[in-house]
Ligand binder design. Structure first.
Ligand code: HEC
Length: 188
């Protein structure tokens, strides 16, 4: 603060440095120095921001591996037993009803039967209501959606998961929700 005050120009502008000082290095900051510092700060902010975005993705992947991978494997499932997820979550999430359904599956579980790409499935998926937070569920679904072919994959938020969490459903109702969804937006 002392520095800025001492170098206020006649106009009183905080960043105004008298021209005789500009470009002169005498242990004080010159305009080019300040521009370099400002640039550095902007780059630092951008770096921190992309790191945060990366760690968001990374969290979804890690949570998927520990909670879902045991059944759904790397997302390809197991023919006739566990449905595939990759290349399907982004498509299902392309409608508001589809996003709601996906949140319901994770929060309440699902009990088929289902037919997916000509293959019949009839097992049950456990509920993750007490095991995963809204934020964790959002990160897993965002991660799975990003692994599809959609150029701008859907992103899930903790708030939308919280809104769905507020209305618990029995697994049979989730299966019914799936049937209704399939009628309005054909499931992949
Ligand atoms: C114990 C095994 C198991 C685990 C763990 C599991 N699932 Fe499932 N999941 C299933 C089964 C089985 C089905 C199909 C249920 C049926 O046949 O009714 C399913 C169905 C689904 C569906 C619905 C697919 C569709 O086409 O409607 C989604 C989405 C899903 N799982 C995501 C996940 C995610 C994300 C996780 C981790 C948080 C997870 N599952 C963990 C077994 C599991």
């Amino acid at each position: 603060m002392v520095f800025w005050k001492r170098h206020q120009g006649p106009s009183g502008g905080v960043f105004h440095i008298p021209s005789r000082l500009a470009g002169v290095s005498c242990g004080m900051l010159t305009f080019p120095d300040m521009r370099r510092i400002a640039k550095g700060m902007i780059l630092l902010c951008l770096g921190t921001f992309s790191l945060a975005a990366c760690s968001g993705k990374h969290e979804g992947a890690a949570r998927y591996r520990t909670n879902c991978g045991i059944c759904h494997h790397n997302g390809e499932g197991m023919k006739g037993e566990i449905p595939p997820l990759i290349g399907r979550i982004d498509l299902i999430a392309s409608s508001a009803e589809g996003r709601h359904y996906l949140a319901d599956v994770l929060l309440n579980g699902l009990n088929g039967p289902l037919d997916i790409r000509g293959v019949h499935y009839n097992f049950s998926m456990p509920s993750f209501r007490t095991r995963l937070s809204d934020h964790e569920i959002a990160s897993i679904l965002t991660y799975l959606a990003a692994r599809g072919d959609s150029p701008t994959p859907p992103v899930f938020t903790a708030d939308e998961i919280a809104a769905v969490r507020a209305h618990p459903l029995p697994t049979s109702a989730v299966a019914e929700e799936r049937r209704r969804l399939d009628q309005i937006h054909r499931l992949p």
